[in-house]
Design a protein around this ligand. Structure first.
Ligand SMILES: C[S@@+](CC[C@H](N)C(=O)[O-])C[C@H]1O[C@@H](n2cnc3c(N)ncnc32)[C@H](O)[C@@H]1O
Length: 325
């Protein structure tokens, strides 16, 4: 089992690695980015991952790169560096390790408990499926999964759980598939978006991204680079708004940051407005790369802006989920 890092060369270029520099890998995963950073420059790397299995996988690198590499278990939303850093990179989402280990419950292709907790702690996807109201599930699947069949899927979930709790991935994926009338020739499995929505809720992925981007803004020194690889449009939109708003001299408000005073100085500069996507050669060998996009920006010397608020995309689901904790 392994994880093929996506947009690796492009993310490294974006970081502008330098000898003597200090860089943060916010999403260690299988360590592909961290290893490449250490190989490309005589630099130090501080890495984070919220998944205890990723931390265990990093023990060997912690040993072999002692003095240059440290790995911490924790959420990137809480990241704080003792000194300002030259670059922060995020490679969002789940790793192939998480997807391929059936018992983690992220995959609709292998039977396991419906889990999806990156930290192996707290409420699971089964809790969401069995305890949220029909309306909240429909909102969640529509807004986080961007699935137009959300109402039909939510109705089928509520009907099925009235007979017995939904606990396992494969029967759940089948339930979703049946609720929308089968595959209907679709290239992707009909449960893909529902699984994505549940994973995002269980791990508070949009909240983490908002806090992580702001934490990176505070941690970067002037001239330091922020690089983010995202895997779906909700994430990419958040990253794009974060960077472009903070690079905009007028500091105009938006739904992501409605109350910004107009005189706010830009805290980032961008060279390139468009995202970098994977090459045909990369997507041919790594299907995960298909939906990946990289955005990067350079920190200016202006103070960090106020903390980014995550968009309240599915407030009903978020409120009900909060209450379950
Ligand atoms: C796509 S993988 C990273 C792969 C890595 N770049 C590599 O080359 O092996 C994403 C990793 O980020 C971790 N992760 C996701 N959200 C996180 C968060 N909020 N805080 C810390 N780690 C997170 C996941 O547990 C997963 O291991």
């Amino acid at each position: 089992m392994s994880h093929a890092p996506v947009l690796l060369a492009e993310a490294m270029e974006a970081l502008a690695l330098t000898d003597g520099g200090l860089f943060i890998d916010a999403t260690f995963g299988g360590g592909g980015y961290s290893r490449e950073m250490l190989a490309r420059a005589n630099c130090r790397v501080i890495a984070f991952d919220r998944d205890p299995d990723a931390i265990a996988r990093g023990a060997e690198l912690s040993e072999s790169a002692k003095g240059k590499f440290t790995l911490h278990q924790g959420r990137f939303g809480d990241l704080a560096a003792e000194e300002l850093v030259d670059g922060v990179v995020f490679d969002l989402g789940v790793s192939s390790f998480q997807l391929d280990e059936a018992e983690r419950g992220f995959s609709f292709q292998q039977d396991a408990e419906l889990d999806m907790r990156m930290e192996k702690d707290g409420l699971s996807a089964a809790d969401a499926v069995n305890r949220l109201s029909e309306g909240a599930l429909a909102d969640l699947i529509y807004r986080y999964g961007e699935d137009d069949d959300s109402r039909r899927i939510a109705r089928a979930i509520v009907q099925a759980r009235a007979a017995a709790p939904i606990t396992r991935t494969l029967p759940f994926a089948k339930l979703v598939e049946d609720s929308v009338g089968g595959r209907r020739g679709a290239r992707t499995h009909p449960a893909t978006k529902t699984f994505q929505a549940l994973r995002m809720l269980v791990n508070d992925e949009l909240g983490e991204l908002a806090r992580g981007l702001s934490a990176a803004e505070r941690a970067l020194k002037p001239g330091g680079r922020l690089a983010v690889v995202s895997f779906h449009s909700l994430e990419d939109r958040m990253v794009k708004h974060f960077i472009t708003e903070r690079a905009d001299a007028q500091g105009r408000g938006s739904r992501y940051a409605p109350d910004l005073p107009p005189e706010r100085a830009p805290s980032f500069a961008i060279d390139r407005k468009r995202a970098t996507v994977s090459s045909d050669a990369e997507t041919a060998v790594n299907p995960r790369a298909r939906s990946a996009s990289l955005r990067w920006a350079t920190r200016t010397d202006a103070p960090a802006w106020e903390e980014l608020e995550p968009p309240a995309l599915a407030p009903r689901a978020e409120a009900e989920w909060e209450k379950l904790h």
